[in-house]
Design a protein around this ligand. Structure first.
Ligand code: IMP
Ligand code: MG
Length: 187
């Protein structure tokens, strides 16, 4: 398997699940909701790298009230399409979040393990409030209980790529969300 080979790379993109237009329309809507809800409040958008970096960059530009941005990194997936089961925080926030209303901006909730750990960690630091905004939700795969405040798209149990989401670190730069066609040995 050689994902650097363009033909092979393209052959693994099964179909577009969510187009650029659909992504941008949903993000514009939630940006307006955030504007209305957090106007006049100290707001910190916290995104979890690497998967959420594209979503964060569009979301923060759909928000027009003053806000700050922070990043954390969590590792739960390695190179395949299956979660390892353990979650490790490899980069933490710089900010003391006790003075902020925090929104966690995540790309996808799959088993829920990553976000539950991150949400518990941040809640222990006593932010003024804490909400969870995920671009994608795969409820069929949930293994731990987790309440989200916004889930922009609910998707079936398929491995997806693009718009920040990767397979073996590739495909993050696709401008849409697509279904991935896994190599035969995995599929
Ligand atoms: P969870 O801890 O199982 O909820 O998994 C969360 C992380 O796994 C996400 O932040 C993604 O980085 C990764 N992930 C889960 N499902 C997919 C997928 O379909 N495509 C790409 N990455 C995924
Ligand atoms: Mg992620």
């Amino acid at each position: 398997m050689d994902l650097v080979n363009r033909d092979y790379y393209n052959s693994r993109i099964k179909r577009v699940l969510i187009s650029e237009e659909e992504l941008h329309a949903a993000i514009a809507r939630v940006g307006k909701e955030i504007d209305a809800e957090y106007e006049g409040k100290p707001l910190l958008l916290v995104s979890i790298l690497k998967g959420a970096f594209v979503f964060m960059s569009d979301l923060c530009r759909a928000v027009s009230i003053p806000c700050e941005i922070g990043f954390m990194q969590a590792q739960s997936y390695f190179s395949g399409t299956e979660s390892s089961g353990t979650v490790e925080i490899t980069m933490d926030l710089e900010q003391d979040i006790s003075q902020y209303h925090v929104i966690i901006v995540e790309d996808i909730i799959d088993t829920g393990r990553t976000l539950r750990l991150v949400a518990e960690m941040l809640r222990d630091r006593h932010p003024l409030s804490l909400k969870i905004l995920t671009l994608l939700d795969k409820p069929d795969r949930r293994l731990v209980e987790l309440e989200t405040d916004w889930a922009l798209f609910t998707i079936p149990d398929h491995f997806v790529i693009g718009y920040g989401l990767d397979y073996a670190e590739f495909y993050r730069n696709l401008p849409y969300i697509a279904e991935f066609d896994p190599p035969a040995k995995e599929g």
